[in-house]
Design a protein around this ligand. Sequence first.
Ligand SMILES: Cc1ncc(COP(=O)(O)O)c(C=O)c1O
Length: 411
Amino acid sequence: MTVPLAEYKRGASLPSSNPFQRLAALIADIEPLMDPIIMSIGEPQHALPDFTASVLADNIADFRRYPAMNGTPEFRSAVGSWLDKRFHLDGLLDTENGIAPLNGSREGLSFGPIFARDYLGKTDETPVVVMPNPFYQTYAAGAHIADAQTVLMDAIPEHDFLPNLDSLSSETLDRTIAFYVASPSNPEGSVATIDYMQRLIGLARKHNFIIFADECYSEIYRDVPPPGMLEAAKMMAPSAGEVFDKIVVLNSLSKRSNLAGLRCGFAAGDPVFIKNWVRFRGLAAPQIPLPIQAVATRAYSDEGHVIENRRLYNEKYALAEKLLSPLVGKVTPDAGFFLWLNVKKWGDSVSVTKTLYRDTGVKVIPGSYLATNHADGTNPGHDFIRVGLCPPLETTEEALTRLATWLGGKQ
Ligand SMILES: Cc1ncc(COP(=O)(O)O)c(C=O)c1O
């Protein structure tokens, strides 16, 4: 039996300000007792790939030119080859129509549902966009732009921090235009299994909606590469219809290659949807500068810097496990670069964030700021804080040591 989930009216899931502005307001009057260490942001701080400057310099003259909306053939080919190898796609991805460059995955995540609404031709006055809760806040903006209601699916430990697919009714799924799913998820670092993804793909095809699979943390994993939505779809083909039908994967160089400021990502998957979306983008959005695409082409052809990047994060996770697991149990997720710590024993997410900052200078983000309150006031991030392992090893060690001492002292 499916339990009806609450639907939220247009705008109700849209935060009034972003979590970082809320955090700044929360701690504005606090004078920390130790030097501040910022562990709240998810901005990679490891080195840029060493070829970045030279590739930009070699292509600098192309800043003069307007680029094609669907990217250079070299960009699409590099992304296509990378996806093919990484997700075992057997050459099935259409690199001409099934890949489009974006100004970071965020751009595709925000404008995806509005195009999906037109494309699918659903006539409901109140279409639905489904998303996890907590969620990357751009999903709420995407639903808002598409003038849709949202269904928030709590990402809780009981369901491996992934939306429980069994809790959606057929009626809701029929009205759904877009389903956001993040694997690996932010903030929890959970990885969906192939079976989970195939069930979601089955629902998308049955109920005619687009899956926006946010895979921007796909390369920041511990030991085992997370599977991807395209991979899951390929394994279902050909018996389940067109191989990438209803699937749009979003990914970028921001986390994989520490190039968040380059603003370069892509959408890949359903060639009919993406071809039409690119046409729409041609009216609505900027192209990606050619020198930026040249850096991306090179970056997707190189795994050395990505392996090193993972090693650096994993070093910090080993430290976190050593310092924190005696106090809170296992802390290392399968992927991502965050700790999602249950601090219930010490208070709620907001009060812990405040006192931790006051006593130790360690700035984290309250889990509740990354999620939306339900109508009854509950919030699935209420018991959690998010700690970003982005700073260099030494700074991270200092922050985690202070955190462990603080938690230990308050037991
Ligand atoms: C879950 C998630 N999705 C998407 C993005 C957007 O990344 P970008 O636009 O840099 O590719 C981020 C950035 O922090 C994120 O955390």
